[in-house]
Design a protein around this ligand. Sequence first.
Ligand code: F6P
Length: 371
Amino acid sequence: MKTIAILTGGGDAPGLNAVIRAAVKTAVGEFGMRVVGIEDSFEGLLGQTHTRELTASDVRGLLPRGGTILGTRNRGSFVVRQKDGADLMPDEVYREALDNLDRLGIEAVVAVGGEGTLAIAHEFHKRGFPIAAVPKTIDNDLAATELTFGFMTALDIATEALDRLHTTAESHDRVMVLEVMGRHAGWIALHSGVSGGADVILIPEIPFSLEQVAKKIRERDAGGSAFTIVVAAEGAKEVRGDVMYLDRGDRTGAARLGGLGHYLASELGERTGKEARCVVLGHIQRGGSPNAFDRMLATNFGAAAVRALARGRSGVMVALHAANIRTVPLEEAIARLKTVPPESQLVRTARDVGISFGAPDEDSHHQEGDK
Ligand code: F6P
């Protein structure tokens, strides 16, 4: 194999550039390959094509740099559309991309991305094109790997935000709501809530009741703690509610979640008579430099993906299992999301230290724990 390419898809995450750097260094230095960077995810393979050569000097200094030097797209031309309950695959789009890969002399691709990008990578593999994937999402919701890079950095940022919000909450006797990312999974909210000392954690996996959250705030007041910190994943929902959308999506159908934090602050303020404010952490938790762990994981993933291709593997994703990097079939990787098990150990610990999940049956959980 003489020439491989690399692309980044989905939302940016701290560590993307570290993956690119490791892949280029491994491919060039270890295997004597030429590396092409494909810009704006798979979209760069269409039309005029947007690619550029990546040499060892092009990736110098990338390790601590946030974002992706190749650009990225959340969704686009390769997305499967549904019609009458059936999947419609944009075949002509794949054909065009495959022709362009052939014309550019690219023999294999490293695709770095989340669930959407992995699904597209799997389609290329099924069409006979060698591809290895690197999992990326700050939400950490891919089942086939214990961790994705970017998550730990997001966690650091959310935890620092909670620390800082404590100051205002305590000084003003307020309810402070922090809305963090997490469409389908509450990992960021759960982990940062525990490490940042939140009083209430709301996650998609445990539907909440506003009254239960208000009750927690009143109990804290009665117990002499006149402030409450709530951390909510953007995809959390009320027991009899749905997730909240900022909008229903653009022409590619990517709906944007949002609005939960402001809704919570307003409702909880009403119900408790306290001043309540909301902070939406948003893209701050995805931006900037990766922490040490994410640099290491991203480097490990980038090098392992190139090694997999060099060994003739295709249709695989690199994954972290018990501190080792393995490869798993892409098919398996896209089959299942990793959500927080409502009875998991960290949820139990959170409840043990007095954190509420706003569940209507919360009191019975505590009684269970008391037995
Ligand atoms: O990576 C997924 C994610 O972080 C979600 O939690 C969030 O809803 C989404 O990205 C937001 O992405 P954007 O606003 O950039 O489309």
